[in-house]
Design a protein around this ligand. Structure first.
Ligand SMILES: NC(=O)c1ccc[n+]([C@@H]2O[C@H](COP(=O)([O-])OP(=O)(O)OC[C@H]3O[C@@H](n4cnc5c(N)ncnc54)[C@H](O)[C@@H]3O)[C@@H](O)[C@H]2O)c1
Length: 374
């Protein structure tokens, strides 16, 4: 049920998933005043005990069902492999919890639609952990766009590329059924989110996408020191793409070039960025190896002469910002506009990309949604 009053009452959270993402949720809840983590769940018994002790959480569950069934939680965080986002989130809404779900919201638009419907029916908050948009540089660039300094943005580029960055070769990440896809759904979803956020949320009309799987199936492109104990090996087939590229048509005639790759013969780094071209200015965000300093350039004319501005922007941690926003939304009591629609829109763009790559043609989002309804 929707409240209409702000509240400062204590909030009790449970976190499902003990990997890097789950730990970020856990530790950032504990940084928030009046938020308690009551329970955590995951399959790794040793890690359950270790995280429980480190963060002072006494209720440890090996089954997510047991955690979600508890009646002493207000919040469930979903930081599991992608195929479990929908069942865990929907069960949490059915028992009246708010949900913070890791990106991507789900493997497909249809699955994401089910989660958003459950959030609306429960009248609870659903937020997706789009952590990269919470970075200090992205937020500063957004304010720059909001102030109108770039004029009308008519073209953008968004890219996230790694040399050897397949996360967990043989784990759920490279299993099509568990992950839903490769770098497009894993990294590309962040860049679609970042670009659309910076461009003031234009509607995505159509996409033309190609995917490649050249290095992964040959056993190349994996992180050398990928010893993360939570990434259980589930098979030896590499079933997803290792590189995706898309040309995306947006409402109002604007366009976006997207590139997302876990592995390619390029510089040995992990780089993402966005370029914006506007009628009154341009901007470039270039992040190398998750660095936070000297990442933004703004291009404009000053007194008729081309000028470059390099703003000094403080670092800001992604998950911290996400958790803070989520808790503030719950406390505000204004939940009606927070049922995860943005996450659903991102998932539909990814659906269209995979359909386009499969069919070797441009695919419009409208035709995809029509087909889904039939
Ligand atoms: N926002 C970000 O920056 C960011 C970064 C990394 C991962 N992620 C997302 O977080 C999610 C998890 O990624 P990860 O890298 O932490 O994965 P991971 O494989 O390291 O951890 C997954 C966790 O889920 C648990 N799990 C799996 N099946 C379960 C079940 N049936 N019941 C209970 N627990 C179960 C595992 O035991 C493990 O603890 C993914 O959706 C991923 O896309 C987001």
């Amino acid at each position: 049920m929707q409240t209409d009053r702000p509240s400062t009452k204590p909030l009790r959270a449970g976190v499902v998933g003990l990997g890097w993402a789950g730990e970020q949720h856990l530790k950032n809840y504990l940084r928030m005043p009046n938020v308690e983590v009551k329970a955590i769940a995951g399959l790794e018994v040793d890690r359950l005990g270790q995280l429980g002790e480190q963060y002072g959480v006494s209720s440890l569950h090996e089954s997510w069902e047991d955690l979600v069934a508890r009646d002493d939680l207000d919040i469930v965080s979903v930081a599991t492999p992608n195929h479990l986002h929908a069942p865990v989130a929907i069960a949490a809404f059915e028992s009246g919890k708010h949900v913070l779900c890791e990106k991507p919201l789900a493997r497909t638009g249809a699955e994401a639609e089910g989660i958003v419907r459950a959030a609306r029916e429960a009248g609870r908050v659903l937020q997706i952990a789009f952590t990269q948009r919470e970075r200090g540089d992205v937020q500063a660039l957004r304010r720059h766009v909001e102030e109108g300094n770039l004029g009308k943005i008519y073209h953008a580029k968004a890219t996230w590329m790694r040399r050897d960055g397949i996360p967990g070769m043989g784990s759920w990440f490279t299993d099509k059924n568990m992950a839903g896809g490769g770098p497009l759904i894993d990294l590309g979803v962040h860049m679609i989110d970042m670009a659309l956020f910076l461009m003031d949320e234009p509607e995505v009309e159509a996409v033309s996408c190609a995917t490649y799987s050249e290095l992964g199936p040959r056993g190349r492109g994996s992180r050398a020191n990928d010893d993360d104990s939570t990434k259980t090996i589930v098979g030896d087939a590499y079933e997803v793409e290792d590189l995706a590229t898309a040309f995306i048509r947006l409402s109002g005639g604007a366009t976006l070039n997207l590139e997302a790759g876990w592995a390619a013969y390029r510089e040995s780094s992990d780089d993402f960025g966005v370029t914006l071209y506007g009628t009154d200015g341009g901007a470039e965000l270039k992040v190398r190896n998750y660095g936070t300093s000297d990442t933004v350039r703004i291009y404009t004319d000053v007194a008729g002469v081309p000028a470059v501005v390099a703003p000094e922007i403080g670092p800001r941690e992604g998950h911290r910002g996400v958790v803070q926003r989520f808790i503030e939304t719950i406390r505000s009591g204004e939940w009606a506009d927070h049922h995860g629609e943005e996450g659903l829109r991102r998932t539909r763009v990814i659906d269209a990309c995979y359909a386009s790559a499969l069919q070797n043609r441009e695919v419009s989002l409208r035709e995809l949604i029509r087909e889904e309804a039939v």
